[in-house]
Write a protein that binds this ligand. Structure first.
Ligand SMILES: NC(=O)C1=CN([C@@H]2O[C@H](COP(=O)(O)OP(=O)(O)OC[C@H]3O[C@@H](n4cnc5c(N)ncnc54)[C@H](OP(=O)(O)O)[C@@H]3O)[C@@H](O)[C@H]2O)C=CC1
Ligand SMILES: CC(C)CCC[C@@H](C)[C@H]1CC=C2C3=C(CC[C@@]21C)[C@@]1(C)CC[C@H](O)C(C)(C)[C@@H]1CC3
Length: 411
């Protein structure tokens, strides 16, 4: 029997339709009465519900504001990983400053009468302009990459198939002058936008119910901690796969600019339309779950970053390691001796804690947990391949000593 192969790029093209469609599905279902994750949303929006010049203006102002904060003098400049041509790029470390400045500006606006809660009524048109921006931006990045030297290209995303390369991204670190597009998008407009959308949902709930619910406070608090932590430890993002390995194409541009703010705020969106009772004892247990997740996530990420920066740092010098042919070492005790991706485990436990305040009557608030599990399992497999290539036998030895990938004794 002959096997019929889909034309190259078909998967990428399908994902480019499927991902925005999923995001709009989630946005629509969250505000519908039955809030069913599986199944069609009760009604499709009229085109005028998607398009609003006000939303476009607001979105462009937001991007401009975050770009201006990025360009402000930074207290520190960090160096990225070594590139193919042996050079290292420099990055401003001022993301937390951008978060604080945004909070001050929003605080000033609200005290001057800015109706922050109204943002919740603009989520659909905002998501639409964010998606359009991601498409246009990725197209510009693709065209820019056609002129980039071979040394600036990412290991993936250079198959020669335009659709596939547009999706994955050809250039590793596209820059305009010293402005690094991927680094900026990864941490600023989307992540800070997510927190702002959550806050608007909390304000709107307070307006409707008289005060925000305990569940809404928890979701806002947990996710603010996550975003604040990412910006506080901004330098650590320079060693993540997205920055060191992946090209900047549609997947990351859409992920950073649209997917993160509009789908990661799904729990808060769900709570606005489906208030959930939450007793203090249950809330305390959920806080404990989040604290355990955060402790593992932060402990593991900090241990690896400290070790990679300076293996003789007293905080990591006593840990057991194995040597690799590249000269780098691998940790085999501490967090990295428990499982091969302890940071993913912590992140997943936090994801569970973000959904639990929404109760167990609906699957929708658990979408993030499900999607994130799939994303991390896939990411772990990709990282495993890369480490095997980098470290060969030493990686086999590490896998023998630390047999579980993410969850001890299970996976
Ligand atoms: N909320 C979200 O949507 C997402 C969050 N994340 C989070 O981002 C964080 C970063 O994740 P990610 O970039 O995937 O990868 P990691 O931070 O886990 O980095 C993997 C790299 O760590 C190094 N490493 C692996 N094992 C060891 C060891 N035993 N000792 C020392 N170094 C080791 C290797 O690089 P090398 O040896 O070259 O240093 C490997 O390539 C995670 O906490 C993850 O949960 C990720 C994706 C999405
Ligand atoms: C649209 C697709 C289905 C998937 C797109 C994936 C992206 C949304 C994620 C890829 C890696 C990410 C990271 C974070 C956010 C989500 C994306 C962009 C991160 C900035 C979140 C905060 C963490 O502390 C972190 C470690 C800094 C994360 C880095 C990876």
């Amino acid at each position: 029997m002959r096997c019929v192969r889909a034309p190259p790029g078909t998967g990428a093209a399908a994902l480019m339709l499927l991902l925005p469609a999923t995001m709009f599905h989630l946005l629509l279902v969250a505000r519908s009465g039955p809030a069913r994750l599986l199944g069609l949303p009760p009604h499709l929006p009229a085109p005028e519900a998607l398009w609003s010049p006000g939303a476009l203006l607001l979105w462009l102002t937001w991007l401009g504001l975050q770009a201006a904060f990025y360009l402000l003098p930074a207290h520190k400049m960090a160096e990225g990983q070594e590139l193919k041509d042996k050079s290292r790029l420099r990055y401003p470390i001022n993301g937390f400053q951008a978060l604080v400045l945004t909070a001050l500006l929003v605080g000033l606006g609200v005290s001057a009468g800015l109706p922050l809660g109204m943002l919740t009524e603009m989520l659909l048109p905002l998501a639409w302009v964010a998606t359009l921006t991601a498409f246009i931006f990725s197209l510009l990045l693709y065209l820019k990459a056609l002129m980039a030297p071979a040394s600036a290209l990412a290991p993936g995303g250079n198959s020669g198939n335009p659709v596939y390369d547009f999706f994955l991204g050809r250039e590793l670190n596209p820059r305009f002058g010293s402005f690094d597009c991927k680094y900026f998008c990864e941490l600023r407009p989307g992540l800070i936008g997510w927190v702002l959308i959550n806050l608007a949902l909390l304000v709107q709930e307070a307006e409707l119910l008289g005060s925000p619910s305990l569940a809404m406070w928890l979701v806002n608090g947990f996710q603010l901690l996550y975003v604040g932590d990412a910006l506080w430890h901004e330098e650590a993002v320079l060693t993540t796969m997205d920055i060191t390995h992946d090209g900047f194409g549609f997947m990351l541009a859409f992920g950073d600019l649209a997917w993160v703010p509009f789908t990661y705020s799904l729990q808060a969106q769900f709570l606005l339309y489906h208030p959930q009772p939450l007793e203090l004892p249950t809330a305390s247990v959920i806080c404990l779950v989040n604290a355990v997740g955060y402790y593992i996530f932060r402990g593991a990420n900090s241990q690896k970053n400290t070790f990679r920066k300076n293996p003789s740092d007293p905080r990591v010098a006593g840990l057991e390691t194995i040597s690799t042919a590249t000269g780098k070492q691998l940790l085999v005790s501490g967090w990295w001796g428990m499982v091969r991706h302890p940071n993913y485990l912590g992140d997943l436990i936090m994801a569970l804690a973000w959904s639990l305040p929404c109760g167990v009557s609906h699957l929708l608030p658990y979408f993030y947990l499900l999607y994130f599990t799939a994303l991390l399992v896939h990411r772990e497999a990709r990282d495993e391949q890369q480490c095997l290539q980098k470290y060969g036998l030493a990686w086999h030895e590490y896998c023998r000593r630390v047999p579980y990938r993410i969850v001890p004794y299970i996976y």
